[in-house]
Design a binder for this molecule. Structure first.
Ligand code: ADP
Ligand code: TRP
Length: 320
């Protein structure tokens, strides 16, 4: 079985990204032949600064390798290292009804957020379909917000296969059942747009400060506290064992345990949880040649697969 997923390069990762997305990607690599790519062509749809895009791509590769993507198991590559995917996009454009793209929520959302309605943004789902179809993927792990893009991919694949013969595998999405929303320091969903994040790879002082800023109610040290509605406990749950969690909850209920104590416990656990990843990242940072080599090898392997599909596609449509 072939599994494929794409990730858009987007700045400094926070623990919401880790528990909500990165961990899933790392977990899938044992489940089949896995392709993971850094979706830099897709990033162009929102016109990032070129220098920033270059930086973000390397950052993303470093972060995923540090957080557990194993190049012995998964094929990690940069999307634009396999430009055949753009060739396929052009071909698929010609079997894609405009109405199908006009109904895409993500396009409408982006426009509503004030992004320029360029054609790249509009045909984003066709490029995504090409990513998936060119590697003959069976299973595509994505967030719930990407479900419609998978439906569009299947529509395009079926239409192409009907017109030109059975070339593409029809893929399924894999949407994690319940990924809890990680709260930010202000209690809203943790997000870089809300300035409420705890970065995975921040310095000790920075992370300690972020944790000390987590909002709580203002009960005094002595008062018993409610562990079921507390952001500190919600974050502690992500990094503590079930026993440790129960112990903290019991202390909350008993009183004489302040939010400062809980935050200190949270910091210790969180810092220790990400320690191996920080160490791995520091190691990788000293060895960027290795990172580029992983991406190069990944691209080589991906190109091989993409070319196999493209040879058939070019023939089928009459380009060869
Ligand atoms: P941000 O909201 O910081 O801009 P992104 O939209 O770039 O984050 O999200 C990247 C991935 O991380 C997505 O798959 C998203 O579902 C996941 N993610 C982001 N924030 C959280 C959160 N607070 N809790 C759970 N998952 C999250
Ligand atoms: N659109 C996806 C996202 O924003 C990223 C992506 C691009 C992708 N191409 C893909 C995901 C192919 C899965 C398969 O999350």
């Amino acid at each position: 079985m072939r599994i494929l997923t794409g990730i858009q390069p987007s700045g400094t990762p926070h623990i919401g990204n880790y528990f909500g997305a990165m961990r899933q990607v790392c977990n899938i690599q044992d489940k089949g032949e896995t392709f993971i790519f850094l979706a830099d062509y897709h990033s162009l749809t929102t016109s990032p600064d070129p220098e920033q895009l270059r930086k973000n791509v390397l950052e993303l590769a470093l972060n995923y390798l540090a957080c557990g993507v194993d190049p012995q198991k998964a094929i990690l590559f940069r999307q634009s290292d396999v430009p055949q995917v753009c060739e396929l996009t052009w071909i698929l454009n010609n079997v894609t009804p405009v109405g199908l793209l006009e109904r895409a929520h993500s396009y409408k959302d982006k426009i509503a957020k004030g992004f320029a309605p360029n054609n790249g943004l509009f045909s984003y789902p066709v490029l995504m379909a090409s990513d998936i179809l060119i590697y003959q993927s069976n299973l595509v792990p994505v967030g719930r917000d990407q479900k419609q893009h998978l439906e569009i991919t299947r529509d395009i694949a079926i239409k192409f296969n009907n017109q030109y013969g059975e070339i593409f595998t029809i893929p399924d999405e894999l949407i994690p059942e319940e990924v809890a929303i990680v709260p930010g320091t202000d209690g809203q969903k943790m997000s870089k747009s809300y300035n409420n994040t705890i970065p995975i790879f921040g310095r000790e002082k920075e992370i300690r400060k972020a944790i000390m800023n987590v909002v709580t109610d203002c009960k005094s040290l002595e008062e018993p506290k409610d562990p079921e509605h507390c952001n500190v406990v919600a974050l502690y749950k992500l990094v503590a064992t079930p026993e440790e969690l129960e112990e903290m909850k019991a202390r909350y209920r008993a009183g004489n345990y302040g939010y400062g104590h809980a935050k200190m416990a949270l910091f210790e656990k969180l810092w220790a949880y990400f320690e191996p990843m920080r160490a791995r990242r520091a190691e990788l940072e000293q060895n960027l040649d290795y990172v580029w080599e992983v991406l190069r090898k990944g691209a080589e392997r991906a190109t091989e697969e993409a070319e196999k599909t493209m040879t058939r596609v070019r023939r089928a449509v009459g380009l060869r």
